[in-house]
Design a protein around this ligand. Structure first.
Ligand code: KIV
Ligand code: ZN
Length: 524
C-alpha cells in the first residue's frame, strides 16, 4: 500500500473545466469558466484542472486567467509528453501560488499500436523525459498513463516506476474508456502498490469514465485500495457517458465514513448550488433521479416511506438535504418582498453574489414579480444563475409580441436595445412563434442561427411556472448552446437565441481588437 494510505484525507481533483468541457456542447466562455472556478474554490476542492493549454489559444487564455485569479486550490493544466505542451502549461499556470503540470501518454497495447505507433521503450522514454522536464519547471507534477486499465500490468508498473523516478509527485491511473469493474480495479491498485518502487512517496490518484455506469464505484474501489486523490467532475459531465461524479464520490466517502475511515476537504453544503451553476452554464440538465443533486434525490412519494419519514427521517434517508446544500423552503416571495428578503433568500440558496450582481438580480426579480404572483426558490435560482446573461449585451431584449392563429404562419415583433440604449424593432413570420421570433432577432442583429434543438424545463411550480429553455443552434458549421428563462416559453427561447447571438458578436469584437484577437473563436 502507498504511504499515503496512512493519511485519511482524499484529495478532490476537479476536472469539470478540462475533461468535463470536452463533452459535446459543453464548451464554456472564459467568463463562465472563471465563475465555475470560483464556485469550485468555494466548494473547497483541492485541485482545479483548468484546461489543456496546448489545445487552442482560448484554452491557454482561460487556464492563465484562472491561474491569475488564484482562488485558492492548486491550478493544474494538462500536457502531452512533448516540450511545447509542457512549456505552455507552465506559462499558463505559473501565476497561481500553487500550480501543477499534468503530463500524460497512452500506455495500452491498442493505443501504442494504433494511435501512437510507439514501442514500449519509447513510451517509457517519453514519460520519463516529460516528467523530468515538468519537474524542472514545477514542484508539483502529475503523470497519467492513459488507458491504464487496459494496459498490461507489468508494463504499467514499469511506466509508473519510470515516472516516479523522473520526479512525478502524483501518479494518476485512468480508466479512460470506462472499461474496468470495481474488483478488477482494486487488484490493479494493489498490484501497483506491491510492484512499484517508491510508490509510497507519491500520491496515488484515480480517474474514471462512466461508459458502463461504474465510474463512481470504480473510483471508490481505488480509494479503498489506497488512492488518495479522485479526479471527477460536477454532475459527472464529460465525454461520452461522462466522468466520475464529484458529488456522488464525496457524499459516499462522507456518508459511509465508518467504512472508509477517510475524509475529503469539500464543503458538502456547496454541492447543490455548484451543480445548479454547472448545469445552467453548460445547458446539461441534471436528471431528476440523479443521486445527491437530482430533484427527486430527497423526495419520498411512497406512502409507507412517508409514514416512516414522519416517525424518523433516518428510516429512509441516509443524508439530509441540508448536508448537500438543498435549503428549499415553502417561503414564497412576491412583488411586495423587499431587497433584504430577496438578498437573504439568494444567500440561503447558496449563491454568492456581489453588490452589482445582487442589484441586477433584484431588478430582474421585480420584473418577474410583475408577471408572476408567487416567486419560488426555483425562480430565484434561475435569476441568480442567469445574471451574467442578462447583463452581457450588446443586444438586450426590450419586448416581444407574438401572434399565432391556426392555419396561419406565426408572426413575432421583437424590440431590442443596442448598447447606446436605442430601440430597434423588427417583425417576421415563421412556421411557429419561436421560428418567427428567431427570424426577427436575426433581421436586427445580422447573425444567422440554425435551430437544432429546443429543450424546455420548468424551473419552479404552479401554472405560471417559469420555463428554462436551452437551445442548440448552429452558426458557420459550429454548434452553440444558449439559455433563457421566462414565464413565456417563446420569450425564454428568444433570450436563449439572443444569448448565443451576443456571444458571437462579442467574439467578433474581440477578434478584431488587436492583441486579444488570438482568442479561440469556438470557445468565447
Ligand atoms: O481519461 C483519461 O485518460 C484522461 C487523461 C488525460 C487523464 O482524461
Ligand atoms: Zn478522462
Amino acid at each position: 500500500m502507498s504511504g499515503e494510505t496512512a493519511n485519511n484525507r482524499v484529495r478532490i481533483f476537479d476536472t469539470t473545466l478540462r475533461d468535463g468541457e470536452q463533452a459535446p456542447g459543453c464548451s464554456m466562455s472564459l467568463r463562465e469558466k472563471l465563475r465555475i472556478a470560483k464556485a469550485l474554490a468555494e466548494l473547497k476542492v483541492d485541485v482545479i484542472e483548468a484546461g489543456f493549454p496546448a489545445a487552442s489559444p482560448g484554452d491557454f487564455e482561460s487556464v492563465q486567467a484562472i491561474a491569475e485569479a488564484d482562488f485558492g486550490p492548486i491550478i493544474c493544466g494538462l500536457a502531452r509528453c512533448n516540450p511545447e505542451d509542457i512549456e505552455k502549461v507552465h506559462a499558463a499556470v505559473r501565476s497561481a501560488a500553487r500550480h501543477r503540470i499534468h503530463v500524460f501518454v497512452a500506455t495500452s497495447a491498442i493505443h501504442r499500436e494504433y494511435k501512437l505507433r510507439m514501442a514500449k521503450e519509447e513510451i517509457i522514454k517519453a514519460a520519463s523525459s516529460a516528467v523530468r522536464m515538468a519537474r524542472d519547471l514545477a514542484e508539483d507534477v502529475e503523470f497519467s498513463p492513459e488507458d491504464a486499465s487496459r494496459t498490461e500490468l507489468a508494463f504499467l508498473a514499469e511506466v509508473v516506476s519510470a515516472a516516479i523516478e523522473a520526479g512525478a509527485t502524483t501518479i494518476n491511473i485512468p480508466d479512460t474508456v470506462g472499461y474496468t469493474v470495481p474488483a478488477e480495479f482494486d487488484l490493479l491498485f494493489r498490484y501497483l502498490n506491491d510492484h512499484v518502487p517508491g510508490i509510497d512517496g507519491v500520491t496515488l490518484s484515480v480517474h474514471c469514465h462512466d461508459d458502463l455506469g461504474m465510474a463512481v464505484a470504480n473510483s471508490l474501489a481505488a480509494v479503498h485500495a489506497g488512492a488518495r486523490q479522485v479526479e471527477c467532475t460536477i454532475n459527472g459531465i464529460g465525454e461520452r457517458a461522462g466522468n466520475c461524479s464529484l458529488e456522488e464520490v464525496v457524499m459516499a466517502i462522507r456518508t459511509r465514513g465508518e467504512f472508509f475511515k477517510l475524509e475529503t476537504g469539500v464543503d458538502s453544503t456547496r454541492l447543490y448550488p455548484t451543480s445548479r451553476l454547472v448545469s445552467s452554464i453548460t445547458g446539461m440538465h441534471v436528471p431528476r433521479n440523479k443521486a445527491i443533486v437530482g430533484e427527486n434525490a430527497f423526495a419520498h412519494e411512497a406512502g409507507i416511506h412517508q409514514h416512516g419519514m414522519l416517525q424518523h427521517s433516518s428510516t429512509y434517508e441516509i443524508m439530509l438535504p441540508a448536508d448537500v446544500g438543498i435549503k428549499r423552503s415553502n417561503l414564497v416571495l412576491g412583488k411586495h418582498s423587499g431587497r433584504h428578503a430577496f438578498r437573504e433568500r439568494v444567500r440561503e440558496l447558496g449563491f454568492v453574489l456581489d453588490e452589482f450582481e445582487t442589484n441586477r438580480a433584484f431588478q430582474e426579480f421585480k420584473k418577474l414579480a410583475d408577471k408572476k404572483k408567487d416567486i419560488f426558490d426555483g425562480d430565484i435560482e434561475a435569476l441568480a444563475m442567469n445574471i451574467d446573461n442578462a447583463s452581457a449585451g450588446p443586444w438586450i431584449m426590450a419586448s416581444l409580441a407574438v401572434q399565432t392563429q391556426s392555419d396561419q404562419p406565426a408572426s413575432a415583433t421583437v424590440v431590442l436595445l443596442d448598447e447606446s440604449g436605442s430601440k430597434h424593432t423588427s417583425t417576421a413570420s415563421g412556421d411557429g412563434p419561436v421560428a418567427a421570433a428567431f427570424q426577427a432577432i436575426e433581421q436586427l442583429t445580422g447573425i444567422e442561427l440554425l435551430l437544432k434543438n429546443f429543450e424546455l424545463h420548468s424551473s419552479s411550480m404552479g401554472e405560471d411556472a417559469q420555463g428554462e429553455v436551452t437551445v442548440t443552434v448552429e452558426h458557420d458549421g459550429a454548434s452553440y448552446r444558449g439559455r433563457g428563462t421566462s414565464v413565456d416559453i417563446v420569450e425564454a427561447g428568444s433570450q436563449a437565441c439572443l444569448e448565443v447571438t451576443n456571444r458571437l458578436l462579442r467574439r467578433g469584437q474581440r477578434a478584431n481588437s488587436g492583441p486579444d484577437a488570438r482568442i479561440d473563436q469556438a470557445r468565447i
